[in-house]
Write a protein that binds this ligand. Sequence first.
Ligand code: C2E
Ligand code: MG
Ligand code: MG
Length: 289
Amino acid sequence: MFDQVLREAVDERSRMELGLREAIEGDGLRLHFQPEIDLRTGKLLAVEALVRWQHPTRGLLAAASFITVAEETGLVVDMGRWVFAAACRQLAAWRRQFPHLKLVVRVNMSPAQFATDEIVEFVETCLRVHEIPGDWLCIEMTEHAVLQEPEKTARILRGFRALGVEVALDDFGTGYSSMTELKRLPVDLLKLDTSFVKGITTDPCDRAIVEAIIRLGSALNLQVVAEGIEGGPTIDKLLELGCSRGQGYLISMPIAAEDLASVLDAGTISLPALRAARSATLHPEGRPV
Ligand code: C2E
Ligand code: MG
Ligand code: MG
């Protein structure tokens, strides 16, 4: 029984690895973008690029379902190059299409992508080819990545900074936060992890953690962005705690570039409309469901 289960798991993984390799070399990857807004005004500040796999039989897969395989097999390096180049290409197209646009495109990077200093040259080449100023881009990495090889990572991050590219620490608080490293690293922004943001209206512990991170950010002069906002009360609480940037399903799902056009054109997302739409779904006849 055990052998059988194990064999099936190994087979499934090999199939996934093979399929992912084909997707990277062929035309199987897509990018979705999730808006980040000023929670006070609805102004569009940034979009996060999130990789998707257009699977031949299983449909469009979110990163969460294949990123671990990509990381464990090293495929994440080639995938990451594709993602970064595609994000730059898309940003260049938006800059042409919406001349008044000003936003930052945030791109996730895994530790393996930091294995060589060449990543800085790669980023520089992409920016040059697509004529994008460095400060239109941000690279998101996790604390875990930072701490694997702090010296080398610091050197690479300084390389990004020299290009004007922002650096964000993703899922902040879930890794092995080292305050010493944080102090030394050229980081511009902390992303509050979904797991804490979800609980801030109900769980005093989550609220305390979020409050501490917001204070830390402000003391170290770092921006703080809340991820995973799913309800109006979460926005109110974040603003009360001093965090005014956020993203999450309430504001917008991650969506394809063409579906983002109206938001890019307007440069804003209407928060009252969002809240009204949300409460309409929750209370179809004026009462909770
Ligand atoms: P992340 O960078 O923290 O991205 C946020 C994840 O949370 C995304 O999942 C997004 O779809 C999801 N999300 C957004 N709003 C909400 C919300 O309101 N509630 C909840 N519960 N979730 C929300 P996704 O796209 O499946 O990505 C998962 C992780 O995979 C990312 O976490 C990131 O670490 C990694 N990833 C995604 N794209 C890339 C990429 O291009 N390169 C690399 N190296 N990693 C990537
Ligand atoms: Mg991220
Ligand atoms: Mg995150």
